[in-house]
Every structure is written in C-alpha cells, then in structure tokens.
Design a protein around this ligand. Sequence first.
Ligand SMILES: Nc1ncnc2c1ncn2[C@@H]1O[C@H](COP(=O)(O)OP(=O)(O)OP(=O)(O)O)[C@@H](O)[C@H]1O
Length: 689
Amino acid sequence: MANNDEHTPLLQSGDTEHGSLLSNNTLTNHGSSLANVDHDSTQLNTGQILMGRNFDRSPSVEKVHQIALSWKDINVSVRVPSKRKWCRSNDSVEPTKQVLKDISGIVHPGSLLAIMGASGAGKSTLLNVLTHRNTKSYVFSGDIRLNGWNVGDGIKNVSAYVQQDDLFIDTLTVREQLQFRALLRMDRRLDKSARLARVEEVIIELGLTNCADTRIGTPGGGKKGISGGERKRLSFASEALTNPPIFFCDEPTSGLDTFMAQNLVHTLQEMAEKGRTILCTIHQPSSDLFALFNKILLLSEGRTVFLGSPDGAIEFFERHNYPCPKNYNPADHFIFTLAVIPGQEEECRRKTQVLCDKFATGTDANSIAWETENLIKTACDNKNDPLLDEVVTGESRYKASWLTQYRYLFWRSWISVYRDVVLFRIRIMQAFVLGVVLGLVYLQLTVDQKGVMNINGAIFLLITNTSFSNMFGVVNSFPHELAIFLREYGTGLYRADVYYFTKSIAELPVFCAITILYTTVTYWMMGLYASWDAFLIATGVLLLTANVAVSLGYLLATLCASVTVALAIAPPILIPFMLFGGLFVNNGNIPVYFIWLQALSWFRYANEVLMVNQWQNVHNITCHLQESNATNENIRKECMYTTGDDVLEYTSFSKDNVVLDIGLMVALIVGFRAFSLLFLIVRARRSKE
Ligand SMILES: Nc1ncnc2c1ncn2[C@@H]1O[C@H](COP(=O)(O)OP(=O)(O)OP(=O)(O)O)[C@@H](O)[C@H]1O
C-alpha cells in the first residue's frame, strides 16, 4: 500500500493540525477541542452542542439523537414499457407493475436491520422509497414517519445513504477524504478545529486508523490503495461525520470476503448500539454475519413475509411448517423457502402468499401497527423534538459558503492533479517525443518557394496536434470523475458551478505546461520565424488553441453519457472545424452555407495569427530560378512569393484580423465553457430527481 505522509499546506494552515490535535488529547478530551471554538455569534458553543439540539453538528459527542422509523401501507408501482404502444388508444391506461404491496414496518433506535429476500423481491425499491431517493419512476402511496412525524423529504437531512458502489478521488488519502467532507458537509457554525477533531474521531470509530494516511487508490489493481473492506468503512465514515441517526445501506457487504464482511457488520453493530437506526439490504449472509443483526425484514414479491428479531423469524417459519434444519444457516433457509423455483412458480407463489397473509394477520403485524400509532400519538405530545427543527425547517442545501466550497474543492482538484505524477509524466513525455518527431520531420525549414508550403503545413500541424491531444485528454478523463461529482452534488456537498470552476482552474497549469513544452521544442527545431517576440506570440496562440480544445472537450464530456460516446462523436465534430482552418480549403473559397462552420473554427483563427506572425516580417523569399530560365512564365510559376505578404495574400489571411481572431478564440473558450457548465447543471439536477 502506498503510504503518504504529505499533509497539504491548506489544511495545516488552519487552526489545527492532526499532530497537535492528538497530542492535545483532543480525542479523549473533547472539551479541550471545543474550548478552542471561537465563541462568536455565528458559531455553536459547547453548551449548544451538548444540548443535542444540533445532533449533526456535534464534532465529538457520541450521543446520537434517537429516531424510530416507521412506514405504513406502502404501495409502489412502476410503469412497464409496452411494446404495443402504437396500437393503444390515447385514453388507455399505461400498464404498471406493482413492486411493493401494503408494506408496513417499524425500526427503533439501536436496531441493525437486515432487509432480505430473493432478487427482485423489492429490497432496493423499499430503500429508495424510505430515503426519498431515485423515486422518479415510481407511483407511490404510503406514510413514512420519523419519531411519529411525517417529515417528507426532510428525512434526507437526518439520514445517510451508503450506496453499493464506493466512489472516491483515488489520489486522496483516507484522512483527506474525510477532512474534505467534514469541511464542506458539517455545519458552517462549527470551526475548523472542531471538524477536524470529528474526522479523527470517526477514523477511530470506523477502524481506519491504520490506513488513515494511505491513498485510497482504485479497486482492482488500477492504483494501489486501501482494501475493499477499508473502502466500505470509508464510505460509512464519510457519512458518519455528521453523526446522522439513521443509516441506509445498499448491500454493504457486496464484494467483501467473509472476514471483511463480518468485520464491517460488526462495526455497524457497534454504531447501532450507540443508538443509531441502521437498515441494510443484504444478500444471503453467512450464519455468523446473520447473527450480528438484531432485526430482519423478509420480503417476497413486494410483500412483507416477516419483520422482527432473527429468533422470531425462525419461530415464525417453524410455526408455519417450515422449520429451519439443525446446524443450518437460517438466512439460507429463509431465502430457499421464499425462492420462486422455475417450473414450480405457481406453487412457490402460493406458499409465500400464505406466509405473507399469516404475518399480516398475526400478532407481529398487530404490534407493529400499535407501535406506529403510539409513536404518532407521542409525537403530538412532544412538539419540542429537536430533530424536527432540523428536519422541517431545513437549512441552505449547501452547508458551506460559496467561498469555502471553492477553497476546498480547489484544494482537492489540485491534489488530484499534482499527485497523479505518473499521468503527468506520461503526458509530458508524450508532448516532448511528439515535438521532437515533428521537429525532425520539419527540421530547420528554409524560407524559399518550396519551403513556404512546408512552413504553412508545419504551422497547421502544430494547431491540429494541440487541439486533438488536449481535447481527447479531457474527453478521456473528465467523464470518470463525473460519477463522483453527481453523487456528491446529490448529497448537497457543493454547487455545480464551483466544482466546474475549480476543476478547470486546477487543470489549467497541466494543459499549459504541456503546450509550452511542445511549442518550445517544435518551434525552434522547425526553424519558424526566429525572434523571441514571434515565439512568445506563437506560444500564446497555441495556449489559446489548447484552451478552446479543452473547453470543447468539457462540452462533449458533459453532454455525452459515457467516454465511449464522447470519443465516438469527437472526431466528426473536430474534422469540419479543421477543414475550414485555411489549409485544406482556401479561406476565400468557403461555400456560403458553411460560413458558420468557418466562424466557429478556431483552427482558422489560430492559423491566421500564426501565419501573420510567421510571414509579416519576411521581406524576401528566395527564388532559385536560374537566369537562363527566367522567362515571365517561369517566374510566375516558380517564384510565386517574393515576400511574406504574398503568402498571406495567397492564403487569404490578413494582418488586420489578428486582434479579432484572438478575441474570437477567447469568445469560443467562454462559449464552450458556458454551455458545458449548463449541461453539467442540467445533468446534475436530473440525476438528483
Ligand atoms: N424503475 C423501475 N422500472 C421497472 N421495473 C422496476 C423499477 N424498479 C424496480 N423494478 C422492478 O421491481 C422489482 C423489484 O426490484 P428491486 O430492485 O427493488 O428488487 P431487489 O429485491 O432489490 O432485487 P436485487 O436483490 O436483485 O437488487 C423487480 O422486478 C424490478 O425489475
């Protein structure tokens, strides 16, 4: 595993540094860290935190605000796409499939609930409905309550949803990932030292101490990093920072070996013992794993088969003629009993329906209904429940201000750029080698009649290569991070525009460094116009070119659903722009219906400026015609260009357009980026629905 002891200056420059935090016994003596909190009017003081009013703001309080979650008569249907849509009458009802049927239940604080059932039983649907996430395609009815209160969407403010796939920036260390989230996610009235103290606390609580300074890496050997189990723990830790009382976890043990899975569920058990309410969907746990849950919910074809203790489930199945064999894993027994066996579907369904009916009419279901009613009654008498303020009134969707988001997002983007040393080295090497190869092909071009074509070709090649390499660089890498952005945006961690700005600013030095290196090598090897002014102008123009290409790359990456699609549409988009760049078709001969394409072609703008830069000060272009052959006809043929102005005139480029060209390239950068930001925002909002 790659160890990394680097502490970034940004985090060290704050009020607290890890070393001093630990040495000051902050972890064991929370009072001392809280005493450091600046007690101005905008910050919470220790007293407020300990009162528990702001349960998610407490940096070091183990006390969890206890919440019971209940749901009653939940029905969910999904629309089924019909193959015969075209022959349906306009007023006919779209076919639907019922996924959950009259589901009711209750989970108390301190519970670690396993939601089990065969594939397609409705586990994920129930989790989605309870968390108010991914419900766009559902037709849903039912009543979901927290401590007896119907809080609607407010459940998101007091719960954490740990999804099946863990998405992290691989170059960060475990501690940095948590710090990043703490600084953006925790209440803005808590000062930095208190948040960092909470990070250290969560690291200990989730058993991440040994890998705290290890880079996260990518699973499957891409980049060495933490283990699968540690990744899962990190997912929990990231959510646990704000100390939410309810955790929803989708398949937390998937992809883990038995030992790691048990280790993780053991940690969840400890978290539940502190008063949290934890619900996990889980596939066929081993008997040891199963024993760690104190509540189970069995689903079959969208109905509740059982909700209660594991022992209660064994007893329920036994009572209804499905006793669990001795020394047999009860979880396996339940799943096999509820399985719909191919060829015996009807019989299996009848069997499970009987069990569902027995549960619905039995004492367990009655006591669930009674407890739910009781909670609602108690809620009416407890209108001062501090939880309600948090849930109902809500706060700004973003806990951190625009500037704070900017600061920490920039810090993270910068880390991921400069720590990706291997990629950076590869790109630098690529630019250097390509520059040398092109430099050798066009080595020290001569300014004569034949050399004009070579020089013009070399200039265009510089523009083409700068455009392609930069655009494909973005199209290849940006979509990979998009999934992380969408998830973090969905949880209200930061705004889309802040993410976009920081990402593009952090990446800018890399694109610039590569372009400068490439230009330096090729310009002098090719022997283009030899003056420092001309070289600096050429570098500036190619930097603008790189930025237009990068901006178009962002646009394609935010527009397309995947890298594959973006890569597929990139060449057909680039080639027309290239075609109207002034090399393949003379600028004076563009068909009128393609003028708009020419207007968007930065190839043309860059080419014009570079051509003017190259030729405007050339006052003599050698012509090697022998005197004996110098007939008028031969002079016209062989000595077309006598000065650089002739070249510009022949190619229809003009010195007068240079400022306009540069302005238009800047406009293209702004335009492409504005559209890509717009697409990013639309995409982010859609993914949240
Ligand atoms: N948006 C949807 N559109 C169409 N059908 C859906 C949709 N969501 C769920 N379903 C269907 O509802 C049923 C329950 O799906 P769900 O994902 O909740 O099952 P599950 O128990 O979580 O299964 P698994 O363990 O395989 O993930 C399945 O038959 C599924 O095909």
